[in-house]
Design a protein around this ligand. Structure first.
Ligand SMILES: Cc1cc2nc3c(=O)[nH]c(=O)nc-3n(C[C@H](O)[C@H](O)[C@H](O)COP(=O)(O)OP(=O)(O)OC[C@H]3O[C@@H](n4cnc5c(N)ncnc54)[C@H](O)[C@@H]3O)c2cc1C
Length: 310
């Protein structure tokens, strides 16, 4: 079966380094940008019928991407998935392809408070739901009213944070092949200059404490309970250490910087060395926060009702 027509033309053998914040990766056979839910559903049905492996890319800010030529299809949400629409009582409906920064900006323009913390996170809303993204003592689950989810069977569900099992940098989306289409956040009316001042303060804090000028994928590891991955990595003596073309940031040890031309093998080696040292010397298991991009075929039906009430 031929590829169904799409509003945005498909791209073949697309280089991936420009599609991710770390600036690494080979190419993908086919890269598709989907403009609306109908296109997404059509393409998912086509992928299933063709048995082609695929991966849904957000903004690529939390991904380790292999260097080789990947066989299969990468999907990204564009078009109507980037829309942000005000709703009654200080709510915003936001497409999963919209940026966290765009949502923070829109909320500020309407004097809505509650997503200022997203003003420092460079991912997409879909990625933020998937990760329950958070910063500065806040996380998305606090303001998320519901997320609209497309299951592998093509069913649309509106799930609340509890039903999405949102925890520390985790959600149900990580163990299913469900796709977040949009989210609704409930905010409160505030003062625009107060909102702007809060965002500015957090952005300044980042500039001082994190390598904001470097290419990274955010935190390399999740924080273990009651501790900080950065503190552990620094105590193990890795801060500033170079692994080929990448190095553990001299500014914040839980960030890996791409110095230019970092390879998958180098990133892998750095990650494994730190994990082994943390385990052997401190008895701490460090779990990577960044995910390795892997194209997988469509799943057989997953029964979401097992996990949550509809
Ligand atoms: C400089 C920098 C700072 C960062 N700071 C923070 C921080 O403070 N807090 C924090 O939590 N994170 C932070 N991150 C990490 C990252 O921005 C977040 O995890 C973000 O939520 C990932 O979103 P993304 O769109 O880039 O997802 P991607 O990296 O593209 O993908 C990550 C995963 O999300 C899945 N995904 C993406 N969209 C959808 C969707 N619509 N439906 C289902 N699954 C989807 C992908 O399939 C993939 O499995 C930072 C990253 C960088 C580069």
């Amino acid at each position: 079966m031929g590829l169904p027509p799409l509003l945005i033309p498909p791209k073949k053998n697309q280089p991936l380094a420009r599609k991710c914040s770390f600036g690494m990766g080979g190419t993908v056979e086919l890269f598709l940008t989907l403009s609306n839910t109908a296109e997404l559903k059509t393409i998912l049905a086509w992928l299933k019928a063709e048995g082609r492996p695929w991966f849904l890319l957000g903004r690529g800010t939390n991904l380790i991407i292999p260097d080789r030529a990947l066989k299969g299809v990468i999907l990204q949400l564009g078009g109507t998935f980037k829309e942000i629409t005000p709703k009654k009582a200080h709510r915003l409906s936001v497409g999963a392809g919209a940026g966290d920064l765009a949502l923070a900006r829109k909320a500020r323009s309407l004097a809505f408070s509650g997503v200022e913390f997203l003003g420092t996170i460079p991912g997409s809303i879909g990625g933020a739901v998937y990760m329950n993204a958070g910063a500065h003592g806040h996380e998305l689950a606090e303001v998320l009213e519901w997320a609209e989810i497309l299951t592998p069977e093509g069913e649309l569900l509106q799930l609340k944070p509890q039903e999405l099992q949102m925890g520390y940098r985790s959600s149900l989306l990580q163990s299913t092949r469900c796709i977040c289409l949009r989210a609704q956040v409930r905010l409160s009316l505030s003062n625009p200059s107060k909102i702007a001042a809060q965002e500015k303060k957090w952005q300044q804090q980042r500039r001082i404490s994190q390598p904001t000028q470097a290419r990274t994928f955010g935190s390399l590891f999740k924080n273990p309970p009651e501790d900080h991955a950065g503190r552990i990595i620094e105590a193990l003596g890795f801060k500033g250490k170079q692994f080929g073309h990448c190095r553990i940031s001299p500014i914040h040890a839980n960030f890996l910087e791409n110095l230019g031309g970092a390879t998958f093998k180098e990133v892998w080696r750095a990650t494994k060395r730190i994990q082994a040292a943390a385990q052997q010397q401190m008895g701490v298991t460090l779990i990577p926060e960044a995910e390795t991009l892997s194209l997988q075929p469509s799943l057989s039906p997953c029964n979401l009702s097992l996990f949550c009430a509809k």
